[in-house]
Design a protein around this ligand. Structure first.
Ligand SMILES: Nc1nc2c(c(=O)[nH]1)N[C@H]1C(S)=C(S)[C@@H](COP(=O)(O)OP(=O)(O)OC[C@H]3O[C@@H](n4cnc5c(N)ncnc54)[C@H](O)[C@@H]3O)O[C@H]1N2
Ligand code: MOO
Ligand SMILES: [Mg+2]
Length: 629
């Protein structure tokens, strides 16, 4: 379908209601209105063109073709459509105005289906609107349409009559109307005040708005990648920067670019203990003998300036004397004494063994980028710049508790049919490793009042709240009910194993808000949902660059059974086989209550949605638990 449709963004208006500004170029949520429309349309069609009558260069900068109206004088959207159809590279043209950044992700698909089903020339979107007196009526949105290129002659004829009304033209062609359920997706931004309001709302979009960016969002059958995408788009980084002493910055997130105040190294210097000289003196086919005029030590400035036929004895790190560009390591000398050195042909080339000023870090250039999680090498790098402190993002505060009447804490007697609470300990470990400030709220009984109180307290004291248990369909679970009353929370069934049920959203209490991760109760499911959803989200909240999950491939030592249609995270042991290749085997039983499978593992085997059974010897993706840094 996509191949037969190209899209046209209508940006050719005067922007009268916006004070004659160029609407499409108004800044909006980190881009412009037009760039948001482009982002929404591009995945739905083969190519996108913009119809604009001014600032053509600024529109071209979006990387698409820009066409002005062929009719002169800002003649409205039909003039844009005429130009678009004339140049349309496909049989079908989809249009949308430049001020509708929320347009549906399935606009092309739905219009296309209706166009074909009804054998129409044009399919147009409509929605149900409620009047002030409470009555519903259909609102047609003529600028959101899919038109056959073959309708161009009819449009040319209509425009020749002098008429310019979108729907006036419909009399000459066959039109299909398509009812969309989400009226909000078609809203356009007409005034600067509306733009401002939307900009502010955009800082905190609702989960529904974020989820609507994905076509076919179904909370009861959500692929892992879609859940990850919604979480990523919904989460906003927290604000707050502190300055800490260099050593305390380890594992923290850098809050600003660090620009090098100096060159490292500060001077050209020698990489070897040996003799420094001008390489132009080297003879190609005979020995070169140079007189030694003195010694340059590391850290001791010298004014030595060898002339023709001269060199300087130099130590590693010693500043290269004026006029020298080459160092002969002393062990390569054909002959040497305190006063002279002899260099055989081809034992060194001009420029060898010289380290350049600023080759590690150049003054004025960023040495480290904002968002980096500081590692040991970074501490050393910052030290080499002579900086004693670093600006880092404040630590995230994460509150968590376990839910379930069957849970007991360490130290309590284990009554019949009860289990000790292990989830708070795995969560503690995972959060500690991420560098969060932790608020452990213990075990909360499965009754509505206790759960509400716990969620409110957590929300008021933390940036994120993590709970475990009670998100499935069990009869004694109040967790979901209470979560739903406290904010914008969705309950998902994710296409994965373990970790199918999960709650995600944002809760509010007494003017505070916090992101909520309602993880499933099973101990392995808690860890898997933490690693593949909560962890990325928390890193994003911290403002950290997160490269995503780093997958390696390993040969499967034994066949694994796997159903296509869901992502499985099996616990594995990665090792090096006798032939030196990487090999992985599964840690026994993979039940989501078997925490031992996690403890014995050193990696996670990721079996993707589309993957089926894995045969012995097949390559599979794995994520290792521990890295070097
Ligand atoms: N009819 C259905 N039943 C279940 C479904 C389903 O789709 N339909 N999903 C299953 C899956 S998958 C999971 S995971 C669990 C999730 O259930 P809950 O989030 O409601 O969790 P609970 O019922 O409270 O607990 C599940 C299990 O885990 C043990 N648990 C809970 N918390 C802890 C803890 N802190 N430490 C140790 N163990 C804990 C709890 O005792 C239960 O055995 O639902 C399935 N059922
Ligand atoms: O999420 Mo559940 O642990 O898959 O069994
Ligand atoms: Mg349950």
């Amino acid at each position: 379908m996509e191949n037969s449709i190209s899209a046209l963004i209508l940006a050719g208006g005067r922007g009268t209601r916006m004070g004659r500004v160029d609407k499409g170029l108004q800044p909006f949520r980190g881009g412009t209105l037009a760039s948001h429309v482009l982002q929404r349309l591009a995945p739905q069609v083969a190519s996108v063109t913009i119809n604009a009558n001014r600032n053509l260069g600024a529109y071209s900068a979006l990387g698409v073709e820009v066409l002005p109206d062929e009719l002169e004088g800002y003649e409205g959207p039909l003039a844009g459509l005429q130009t678009g159809l004339r140049h349309c590279p496909t049989d079908l043209l989809l249009t949308a105005p430049c001020d509708s950044p929320f347009l549906p992700a399935d606009l092309a698909q739905r219009l296309y289906e209706a166009l074909n089903a009804q054998g129409a020339d044009l399919a147009v979107a409509s929605t149900l609107e409620t009047d002030e007196d409470g009555k519903s009526r259909t609102q047609v949105h003529p600028v959101f349409c899919l038109v056959r290129k073959s309708a161009l002659p009819a449009l040319d004829d209509y425009l020749k009559t002098g008429s310019r009304k979108m729907d006036g033209w419909y009399k000459a062609i066959k039109v299909a109307e398509v009812l969309f359920s989400d009226a909000a997706a078609f809203r356009n931004i007409n005034t600067l005040a509306e733009l401002q309001t939307e900009e502010e709302a955009g800082a905190n979009p609702s989960l529904k708005e974020v989820a609507s960016c994905l076509s076919g969002y179904d909370p009861d059958a959500l692929p892992v990648r879609n859940a990850q995408r919604i979480i990523r788009d919904f989460i906003q980084p927290v604000r707050g920067i502190e300055k800490v002493a260099l050593r305390s910055a380890l594992d923290r997130v850098l809050a600003a670019d660090i620009v090098s105040p100096i060159n490292v190294p500060a001077h050209d210097n020698s990489a070897m203990d040996g003799f420094a000289f001008a390489g132009s003196q080297l003879k190609a086919d005979a020995n070169t003998t140079l007189q030694v005029i003195g010694t340059a030590y590391a850290g001791r400035p010298s004014a030595l300036k060898p002339g023709p036929g001269e060199c300087v004895r130099i130590m590693t790190g010693g500043v290269m004397p004026d006029g020298c560009d080459t160092v002969l390591p002393q062990e390569l000398a054909a002959d040497m004494s305190d006063v002279a050195v002899t260099i055989a042909p081809n034992s060194v080339r001009t420029g060898d063994n010289r380290r350049f000023k600023g080759e590690d870090l150049a003054a004025g250039r960023p040495a480290l980028r904002k968002g980096k999680v500081i590692r040991p090498a970074d501490l050393g790098l910052v030290a080499s710049l002579g900086l004693a402190e670093l600006p880092v993002q404040r630590r995230l505060r994460v509150a968590f508790f376990s839910t379930g009447d069957e849970l007991r804490s360490i130290g309590e007697a284990l009554a019949e049919s009860c289990v000790y609470d292990s989830n708070r300990y795995t969560l503690f470990g995972m959060l500690q490793r991420l560098g969060c400030d932790i608020v452990d709220m213990g075990i909360v009984k499965d009754d509505a009042a206790s759960l509400e109180e716990a969620l409110r307290t957590a929300c008021e004291c933390a940036d994120a709240v993590i709970t475990s248990g009670g998100v499935s369909v069990g009869a004694a679970d109040y967790t979901k009910q209470v979560m739903a009353t406290l904010g914008d929370v969705h309950f998902w069934k994710i296409g994965m194993r373990p970790g199918r049920p999960m709650a995600f959203g944002r809760i509010r209490s007494s003017g505070h808000s916090a992101y909520l991760f309602g993880l499933p109760g099973n101990p392995v499911a808690v860890m898997v949902t933490f690693y593949f959803f909560a962890r990325h989200a928390l890193l994003r909240m911290m403002g950290a660059d997160s490269p995503g999950d780093q997958l390696l491939q390993a040969r499967c030592a034994k066949a694994i059974r796997k159903k296509p249609g869901r992502t499985e995270y099996q616990r594995g042991i990665l090792s090096t086989a006798l032939d030196g290749t990487r090999e992985v085997r599964i840690t026994g039983s993979q039940g989501s209550g078997i925490l031992r499978s996690m403890s014995e593992a050193n990696c996670m085997v990721v079996l993707h949605d589309e993957q089926g059974n894995v045969a012995e010897g097949d390559l599979v993706d794995v994520i290792v638990f521990e890295g070097l840094v």
